[in-house]
Design a protein around this ligand. Structure first.
Ligand code: SF4
Ligand code: SF4
Length: 207
């Protein structure tokens, strides 16, 4: 498993590949089997992972708090609801607020959450890799691979399970560019693509 400190760098290295893998899964995977694979990897990896030593999700994302839960959470902090809202929350959709800041104000130095079991459902469920219909959520899963080390690892393991060939695949990115083939990496001893008949390192790849 990669460390939380490594993830942004490592995720950037495989970002294009992960979008290609998303397209590959959309075209080839069975949705029910994919859900089962996600679920098994989720259970295996989270069973031994110390989320309190990571908490990148609490540093990067905002939790959604239901308006109906505000009174209970404010009471747990011995605060009046109005003060709790003005200090910690901003308006979101009709029946929810969002936590105001990222990193989250409730994140403690030991990785625990100040509001504990009252934390939002969206926080409890993150990164959603044990939920049904993973096929329909592959875009957010690919995006979460740059935040959550477990999601990053799940995608790496799935690529192996599907024998995914990154140099022979297509992807559509989230900018609306459809189906682009990833350029094959040219190794020094490959024939030069210019057609000269000599090795790349002795031709166009000569330093
Ligand atoms: S869910 Fe992922 S990002 Fe959040 S603390 Fe656990 S490993 Fe880190
Ligand atoms: S409410 Fe708790 S679990 Fe949710 S982002 Fe804030 S610190 Fe993390």
């Amino acid at each position: 498993m990669i460390t939380p400190e490594e993830i942004e760098y490592r995720a950037a290295q495989v970002e294009e590949e992960n979008y290609a893998f998303r397209t590959y899964l959309k075209m080839h995977a069975d949705p029910a089997k994919l859900d089962q694979q996600f679920l098994e990897l989720h259970k295996e990896l989270f069973s031994s992972y110390d989320c309190n030593g990571c908490r990148r999700c609490c540093k990067k994302y905002h939790g959604e708090i239901k308006k109906a839960d505000v009174e209970k959470i404010a009471a747990s902090l011995e605060m009046e609801p109005d003060r709790f809202i003005s200090e910690y929350l901003v308006e979101n959709e009709e029946d929810t607020y969002k936590t105001k800041n990222a990193p989250c104000d409730f994140l403690q130095s030991d990785g625990s959450c100040l509001i504990g079991e009252n934390r939002p459902d969206s926080c409890k469920a993150f990164p959603y890799t044990d939920c049904p219909d993973r096929m329909g959520s592959l875009l957010s899963i690919v995006q979460n691979a740059s935040v959550c080390p477990v999601v990053f690892e799940i995608l790496e393991r799935l690529k192996k399970e599907y024998h995914f060939d990154k140099y022979n695949s297509y992807y559509s990115d989230n900018q609306g560019n459809p189906y682009v083939r990833i350029k094959k990496k040219i190794f020094p001893n490959d024939p030069c693509p210019c057609g000269s008949g000599i090795k790349y390192k002795k031709c166009c790849g000569k330093k």
